[in-house]
Design a protein around this ligand. Structure first.
Ligand SMILES: Nc1ncnc2c1ncn2[C@@H]1O[C@H](COP(=O)(O)OP(=O)(O)O)[C@@H](O)[C@H]1O
Ligand SMILES: O=C(CO)[C@H](O)[C@H](O)COP(=O)(O)O
Length: 559
């Protein structure tokens, strides 16, 4: 039998990438990136120019289809592989990235009559404008003693499905009415490939982002009625659709999409998945004790367990949510690389940019090199990493960043280093929350863009968490994981695999060199972490709500 291949498509925040993978050993034969032409829409709507409010983050669904029709043919062509040998395709996506569709499964924003209404567009995971709804969901769920709250670390996030759906109902009831279903973008894109009239939902986003439980289903209608009588039947109406396990075949590629994607019709299309979750088998993790960090603009922390534990501020624990047979735990930091990007774009003086240019390097690399000359603690700075709110463990999008300890001598590379450290302290909070609540964390696995870009950052993470970090060998780990699920959807009889564990064992790899904690750094960072924890609790747990008061004053000033 000739060699068989699968394609994984990873939908990130700013671009989508396709990877064509050899199923015998996981070799990534070709990859191709398509930046989203409309990127993140956070100021005004395309064409109409309608202004968006603060904290909004939208996307254009056509950009997702462009990835399929540009990047997929590009990898097929670049690899020289015969399309007849490509047996399956899987995708992974940011989440909860959701959109309203009509009865034909078409996004409402594709309708020219509705395109000037912000609520018809895709709400990206980092759309943070549904915080009022999230606060009420939490208040009402707590009052009613809803048993789902502990599974989500005690709080439902404004980033997730129910808060976003309710925001649409509150602010645009007519759009809510015209919506046939609210879908995760990952399920919508899959439906566009399979042409399935009966759209399937994947258990991963349903579980982590829409409060669905394998045995109990969605929360009761009474709960939704208590939120708002108009939501009473939302799960049977606008959230309807079969929820199926990861690795399930959602359907087969249609003739028309096959033509556009340069593939053969009829190949297996796996149900959708989430970027961070797909990365777990992508680094070869299929057992507990190994925390996987998908490190990019944000960090998602993924961990397997055998028992359901309550962990403060985790994003969720979902049975079979990552790897069948285990409880999948997720936590996260909603900005990491994004914070470094902010500093590089908004904070560094012109002399740094000029120096970096003259040395033929980029500003991140210049700052990393100069920041590496400092010992832990030597900058005298300490930062709180809340530039995009705090996802875990505080679950509060209304918190903001802070840097303490400036002097007239403070240098840009010191600020940069303090930002790297702050994100490491944020990860340490998450590691401790799991480990101290019975979900063991022995070692860390890192994937995503950051481990390949910044060695100092990785060493700081090893020192701050006092744990060894193994780094994925793949440059496109979520896409590799997605391709594995594509191979599972195709099945062993067709040259794929019968389980994700089999696929991961054959196809995943980590690099030989790892990041090991350096004892003298660990000792200093322990002291700094204690200080970080004090600031974290002071500003984050209600002792001083100055960050929220500043927001309120800003809102007043803006109106
Ligand atoms: N040398 C660097 N050091 C630290 N961060 C970097 C560096 N170069 C780029 N970044 C950050 O990496 C992030 C992008 O990470 P990547 O994994 O490629 O993207 P995504 O999360 O969208 O998949 C950006 O937020 C950018 O600021
Ligand atoms: O919450 C998520 C997964 O559960 C998002 O997909 C994630 O935070 C977006 O990540 P990135 O842009 O860094 O890939």
């Amino acid at each position: 039998m000739s060699k068989k291949y699968a394609i994984g498509v990873d939908y990130g925040t700013e671009s989508g990438r396709a990877v064509l993978v050899d199923l015998s050993d996981g070799t990534e034969v070709a990859d191709h990136v398509t930046p989203y032409p409309h990127n993140v829409i956070d100021e005004k709507l395309p064409n109409s120019g309608i202004k968006l409010e603060y904290d909004w983050a939208l996307q254009h669904p056509q950009d997702y289809l462009d990835v399929l029709t540009r990047s997929v043919p590009a990898v097929v062509q670049a690899s020289g592989v015969d399309p007849a040998d490509i047996i399956g395709l899987g995708i992974d996506f940011t989440a909860c990235t959701m959109l309203p569709v009509d009865a034909q499964g078409q996004p409402l924003c594709f309708n020219p009559e509705l395109a000037n209404q912000p609520h018809t567009w895709v709400k990206l995971w980092k759309h943070h404008a549904a915080q009022d709804e999230a606060n009420l969901i939490n208040e009402i769920a707590e009052r009613r003693g809803e048993d789902f709250l502990p599974r989500y670390g005690g709080k439902i996030s404004s980033e997730w499905m129910i808060a976003k759906v309710w925001q649409i109902l509150n602010e645009a009831p007519d759009i809510y009415e015209q919506t046939d279903r609210f879908l995760e973008a990952t399920d919508w894109v899959v439906s566009q490939m399979t042409g399935a009239s009966d759209i399937v939902r994947n258990s991963c986003t349903a579980g982590y982002k829409a409060i669905w439980h394998k045995k109990k289903g969605f929360p009761s209608n009474e709960f939704f009625k208590a939120l708002d009588p108009r939501l009473e039947n939302v799960t049977e109406s606008k959230l309807r659709g079969e929820v199926v396990a990861l690795g399930t075949k959602a359907g087969e590629l249609t003739e028309s999409m096959a033509k556009l994607m340069g593939l053969q019709p009829g190949i297996a299309i796996a149900v959708g998945n989430v970027d961070a979750h797909a990365a777990v088998p992508g680094v070869g993790v299929v057992t507990p004790g190994k925390l996987v960090m998908a490190m990019g603009t944000s960090i998602c922390h993924m961990l397997l367990g055998t028992e359901e534990r309550e962990v403060e501020g985790m994003c969720g624990v979902v049975e079979d949510g990552i790897i069948p047979g285990y409880l999948g735990y997720e936590a996260g930091q909603s900005a990491v690389g994004d914070i470094f990007a902010w500093y590089v774009e908004q904070g560094v003086p012109a002399y740094v940019q000029t120096a970096a240019e003259q040395e033929g390097t980029n500003v991140h690399e210049w700052l990393e090199r100069h920041a590496s000359a400092y010992k832990p603690g030597e900058t005298g700075l300490l930062a709180l990493d809340w530039w995009n709110g705090n996802r875990s463990v505080l679950v509060d999008t209304e918190l903001n960043g802070l840097i303490l300890g400036y002097s007239l001598l403070t240098k840009p590379e010191e600020v940069y280093r303090s930002l790297l450290e702050a994100t490491a302290f944020g990860t340490r909070k998450i590691v401790d929350a799991f480990h101290n609540n019975g979900v063991e964390v022995q070692e860390l696995y890192a994937c995503g863009g950051l481990p390949q870009k910044n060695r100092l950052l990785m060493q700081i993470y090893a020192d701050v968490t006092n744990r060894e970090i193994k780094v994925a060998d793949s440059k496109q780990t979520p896409a590799l994981g997605a391709a594995m699920f594509g191979a599972v959807a195709a099945g062993a009889a067709n040259g794929g695999y019968d389980s994700i564990v089999d696929a991961a064992q054959k196809m995943a790899r980590v690099r030989k060199d790892t990041f090991k904690p350096i004892p003298e750094n660990v000792a200093v960072y322990e002291k700094l972490y204690q200080e970080y924890s004090k600031l974290h609790d002071y500003f984050g747990r209600g002792e001083n709500d100055v960050m929220k008061r500043l927001r309120a004053i800003r809102e007043e000033a803006r109106h």
